[in-house]
Design a protein around this ligand. Sequence first.
Ligand code: SF4
Length: 701
Amino acid sequence: MADSEDRVFEARQTICPFCGVGCALAYDPKNGKATGREGPVNARGELCPKGVAAFDVVDHDDRLTKPLVREHGRFVTAPWEEAFDRIEAAFGDIVAQHGPDALTFFASSNCTNEENYVLQKLARMLGTNSVDNCARLCHSSTVAAMGERFGAGAMTNSMADLREADAYLVVGANPAENHPITFQSYLAPAIKSGTTLIHVDPRANATTKQADHHLPVRPGYDIPLLNAMAKVVVEEGLTDEAFLDERVEGYDALRAFLDDVDVDRNADLAGVDADELRAAARAYASVERGAIFTGMGMSQHHCGTDNVHALLNLALLTGNVGKPGSGVNPLRGQNNVQGAGDVGALPNVLPGYRPVTDEDARERLAAEWGVEPPPMPGLTEVEATHAFGDEVRGAFVLGENPAMTEPNTNRVREQFERLDFLVVQDLFRTETAEHADVVLPGSAWAERGGTVTNTDRQVQRMRPNGDPPGDARPDLDVLCELGARLVDADAFDYDGPEAVFEELTRVTPQYAGMSYDGIGAGSQRWPFPEGAEEGTAVLHRETFGTGEKRAELRVVEHVDPVDSVDDDELVLTTGRVLQHFNSGALSRRSGILVRLRGEDVLQIHPDDAAARGIEDGDEVRVSNDRGTVTVEADVTPGIRHGTVFATFHYADPLVNVLTGDTLDPVAKIPEYKHSAVRVSVERADESGEPADESGAATGTD
Ligand code: SF4
């Protein structure tokens, strides 16, 4: 347990550990909370409730302060030397017997660029590209589609220039709750001044409250909706002909495809009103500057990459790329989910998104590291989990909690038991750590130095406000010691995070011109080429990131969701809320955030509730062939008929036992947003025992 009396914190400007907005903050000695600093993003020091509560977790009693090793099935504390010896011996045996691809490494979107860079270097110098991070589970489809067609899988614009938009089209994102300072400080003032907001989301939420148009799309039917919007744009002459002539190819093929698209039929399939869809298309396409925002509502489908392709078509048809107040802007979920990918914590690309199959890129790294990375892509996170006990025998998990965040969690937990050896480095004994052979105590966000990259590509510096508790050590030190033991001492002999940053700028072209001093208390934005005075805010002005002047329009066909939905079933879609974060490992340990929202609820439409005899506040049973949870019902017309919503922030209900693990064929992202479930009421009978009284007219269970 952390001994709070021994701990001393000092106020040094650092970055909020939660979402990808990247607000600056520091320790406030007056109240032990975080206080906002005037940073590049939060210019007036604004913070949302999560940011204010960020210190709650740092000094929490549950903090691990010593390494744990498993003895006779139970964890006992151990000195670092013994923990390292066990890892070195076990990973050494696995590599000797099965080869380096029998190991897999889970990097972390919540750790710094330097920590992620060192971990992927360690994996690749050992001989495997099987290193991935949880961007796989949230935005890999966005990165894949935008990378392929635009040449950069990141926001095309900056938050600052997006204030200039005349219309916002927000698809599958809820920035008012999940990116609060982006919404409050950038979008809301523009909306107040007249910018139109179009919101595409199956449920009405805080973002919808400010919207002029709401299309409550049926989960899994984004492509018919976006194709119908594209049809309206073409049919009504709302295209940007000059842009199509100069910057786009493939228009004839798309137009021929759209000829056969029936707007009314597609609207019906997508579950939205056709006239409202037409109005939304006009609102976006008829203005001078239209900006698209997108999020996990689009990306987390087995057709997530195609969803994003359909969205890119709209931006290209209307000439909304390469100018301020426009573009396609994926809002990133964790404070370094952008950077973890930038610096190579992905199995198919090296630092700077250079493919592992690119010989020049591998040779460039070999010149820096002395060892060439392997040429074949490694396994993604979910692929690796599915291979545990077979091709994969050992795993290292840094600061992630896949036993809660991966889909079909009951299967995931069985898979973790099949590993020969598991190492987890984290702040707490997480659900994943319970399966480990060695658990290393990690450093919290406020105990680390280094850099993180936010959602609009700004690289900012984190500075420690205190030391890790007890015998815990900074994550970067631990990773470097592991690298020295498992690979080569010289290759991991860094004099702190700045030295790692200097190395990663030499092998990550987008970061080539950056420096620690140049970032200072501000930021530097990628792409920042060597010799440049500043980074680039608006991408693709003259040419796309592919190096080409033109980007391609793409014909995108709808495919049905994986789970078929029987008449007695509803569609579960999962998401986030303002007060909590990711698996909840951090936010559920904050007294403030738990007071703001203690328990999860299942949002269900009044008609669906009535059909099942469910009243507001009832305990309901949600189940399918993958698992079962019980949760309180929140009967609300805010959720569309036929759909239910719950978050993935809670260990109970652990909603991911219900989600499916079929993957998008390109991005390998799971279909979190569409799971068929049966919902029935659970009421205590006279004996006080729960009794399943589904009573649903449609006959559940
Ligand atoms: Fe932290 Fe995001 Fe809130 Fe800013 S908006 S304080 S980065 S959680």
